[in-house]
Write a protein that binds this ligand. Sequence first.
Ligand code: FPP
Length: 273
Amino acid sequence: MYSSDDSTARAALAQPGTPEATLLQQIDHTQLPRHIAVIMDGNGRWAQSRKMPRVKGHRAGVESVRETVETCARLGIEYLTLYAFSVENWQRPRHEVWTLMNLIREFLRTEVASLKDNGIRLQILGRRDRLDASLMAEIDRAVQETAAGTRMTLSVALNYSGRCEIVDACRKIVSDWAAGESVEIDEETVGRYLYTAGQPDPDLLIRTSGEMRISNFLLWQLAYAEIWVTNTLWPDFRRRHLFAAIFEFQQRSRRFGLVTETLSEPSASEQGH
Ligand code: FPP
């Protein structure tokens, strides 16, 4: 179990004298991003460069998921959101889709106890349609079992599309309105109808494998996120990369559309460009 004492939890993240320890020391632990979102990309290329089938890359990527979850929880990140499977990913070869779903199932089976013990609450973002009923049942069980976790919320985007999420929110707003609810259409309301209702927007988006796209991920929520892209492929992503991303995030000047002189704790949703 990870220590609940902040400094002990952090100390467990790096052996003294290692490059990880140097990076960890550079991070200001009072200015951590509250919410980190990750586009885990490059599994296929990782496998192909080793003359292995693409699915081996996805399997290797699960270890990066495990390390990233543990590191974020020990550091004190409140929200971590991982893009595991998009609505578009159904168009991949059947065997690859099947393997990805099985990896999610395995992850739930092997990790739920640890998530629960460490106060990590699991949430799934995405449409429930098309997912296998038995997988949905396992997901619902895992979400329920970890619901009391207060240390960190781990959201896994599964059968997810940012555009679909906005469409679903619009449909729900209209149906609540038609049912007689008074619904004010503003940014706060739209936020409440998204899958991420109740969560702060991501402060930092990490994307691996060098691609400069957001690929239909959290289109509404990423409005003011700082974007950090690394050429490292997801299966090679380790905690030192996460430390480097957080350190660079802390060097950026977040202005939320204002100029530095007038900046005083703005609410991102109230600001311009
Ligand atoms: C993108 O790489 C990665 C994915 C579509 C799947 C990510 C899934 C995992 C890491 C494993 C399961 C997740 C959890 C949360 C247990 P790609 O295949 O598009 O890589 P490429 O661009 O090199 O082809």
